[in-house]
Design a protein around this ligand. Structure first.
Ligand code: GDG
Length: 477
């Protein structure tokens, strides 16, 4: 089997046992099985770009390179998180486009490709992840690489009308055509990309998702990401004394708990979620002192200006709801703005009667799948899920809501809190079957099988003269 090279914005810490999620574990397992490299940013800034940090762990080499302060501001904070993230989450109002951001994005992609080049073997299979690195294959091809290269987009792909609102949209999508396989989370994401290719680039996409690009075939497909459901369920079953104590207290007081877990990001619909919870309490006074919302929202990307704003909004709303409804021994909203260890998260999911997952837009949303995996099959909780999460395409037996409609969310929350055991069990069994079937391994093996099939000989096999490059170097523009 050919060696695997994973390229992602951040390199996972393969020496730590407490991996942040099933995704990193799954990718690390695939790397160990095939041998290979995990390459990306080391998370630091430095003016000394001389040598990246190389760590050999058995058959796997991790290579992590720093960014300069300017690169961090233009590539990471700028183009990736102030242009592509909001744009791909349908938030044109939050896009902060600047030419220097795009230049920085191209510069970093080119430099990272040059750094990786000397490590590559002719028969490697390369798998690039996410919106930070869309032009990475184009940069490698420009350096003469002819290996199979695949790309997976973890976030949504927007409809063409939205995408065309940003300059460079043509170059961005043409850069995707330098890959052999382009994977998206849902069929609507895949349909959006295919529509763009047809309408804006006049490219015909076959029924089988194949696009012919100058005699080369690019596969555009749906590869819904999953979790290691069995391992997460196991973790949720482990005793956690503080969670058990809290559960006992809730049970004695006859209280139920709704849980939300999200990075504090505007795409996750947190203010809308709090409004819906407030609506639930106003419409059902009998639920006062009988239900609470536990919202865990660790900080993220605080250097991007939209993020401190949403944090303040959330703190204000939490204070206002608690001020209005709280009683001496009941706090309606418990809000934790810190990361919670993964094991405790799993126990908390199991101890909560409702999992509330209401993003305004989300590529997949793994929390929805983790909540289902963590439930006790004999007394499962109910998942309330946004229609705008990619997961809604698969998890049909959840209570599906429109996160913009506070009344709808409040009604479904009430339904979830009062649902009889029979119905909860039926819905959970169906959801559980789905997440076990489409788990992290199925996703990984499904994508790599398609990439392994790609005919490397058809790939671009010569250095492209600068004048022919789809993506001009920043300095040449
Ligand atoms: C992107 C896409 C897509 C959260 N808080 C804590 C914590 N988490 C963990 C969750 C889950 C992960 O982080 C979040 O994954 P999501 O899928 O929900 O969302 P994004 O971070 O936005 O991920 C998304 C995903 O990529 C994969 O393709 O599904 O649509 O946006 O695993 O449990 N983990 C710990 N403490 C926390 O406080 N330990």
């Amino acid at each position: 089997m050919n060696r695997l090279v994973i390229v992602s914005n951040r390199v996972a810490d393969l020496r730590s046992n407490s991996q942040s999620g099933g995704l990193a574990v799954g990718l690390a397992d695939a790397l160990r099985a095939r041998g290979g490299i995990w390459f990306g940013w080391d998370g630091t800034t430095s003016d000394d770009l001389a040598a990246p940090t190389v760590d050999d762990i058995g058959p796997v080499r991790t290579i992590a390179a720093p960014l300069t302060e300017t690169d961090y501001n233009e590539y990471y904070v700028g183009f990736a998180n102030s242009v592509l993230w909001p744009l791909f989450h349908y938030r044109l109002d939050l896009v902060d486009y600047r030419t220097e951001f795009h230049d920085g994005y191209m510069r970093v992609n080119e430099r990272l490709a040059e750094t990786l080049l000397s490590e590559l073997r002719a028969d490697d299979v390369i798998w690039v992840h996410d919106y930070h690195l869309i032009p990475f294959a184009a940069c490698l091809r420009a350096l003469g690489c002819r290996q199979r290269i695949g790309f997976f987009l973890h976030i949504p792909f927007p409809p063409p009308d939205l995408l065309t609102a940003t300059p460079n949209h043509v170059a961005l999508v043409e850069a995707l055509l330098e890959y052999d396989v382009v994977g998206l989370q849902t069929s609507s994401d895949a349909a959006n990309l295919k529509r763009y290719l047809a309408e804006q680039l006049g490219r015909e996409v076959g029924e089988d998702g194949r696009v012919d690009v100058g005699g080369r075939s690019v596969l555009v497909g749906r590869f819904p990401i999953g979790i290691d459901a069995a391992a997460f369920a196991e973790m949720a079953r482990l005793p956690s004394s503080d969670v058990e104590l809290d559960t006992l207290r809730q049970r004695i007081l006859g209280r139920k708990q709704i849980i939300g877990v999200d990075r504090l990001d505007y795409s996750k619909g947190l203010p809308e979620r709090l409004s819906a919870f407030e609506r639930l309490l106003s419409r059902h006074p009998e639920l006062e002192r009988a239900v609470s919302l536990l919202q865990i929202a660790p900080p993220t990307r605080e250097d991007v200006s939209a993020y401190p704003t949403i944090r303040k909004e959330l703190e204000g709303m939490t204070g206002s709801i608690n001020g209005r409804f709280a009683d001496i021994n009941w706090t309606p909203v418990r809000y934790i703005h810190r990361a919670v260890p993964r094991e405790r998260l799993a126990s908390l999911f199991r101890a909560s009667q409702v999992g509330l997952v209401t993003p305004l837009r989300d590529g997949m949303n793994l929390v929805a799948k983790e909540y289902v995996a963590a439930q006790d099959p004999d007394d499962p909780g109910v998942l309330v899920l946004s229609q705008f999460a990619g997961a809604a395409e698969e998890l049909e037996e959840a209570l599906i809501v429109n996160p913009y409609d506070a009344d709808d969310v409040a009604d479904r929350l009430y339904e979830a809190l009062t649902m009889p055991l029979d119905e909860r069990s039926d819905r959970h069994a169906a959801l559980h079957r789905r997440i076990l079937h489409q788990d992290a391994r199925a996703w990984l093996e499904g994508f790599l099988a398609r990439l392994d099939e790609a005919d490397a000989a058809e790939a671009v096999c010569r250095p492209i003269p600068r004048t022919e490059r789809l993506l001009p170097r920043a300095a040449e523009r």
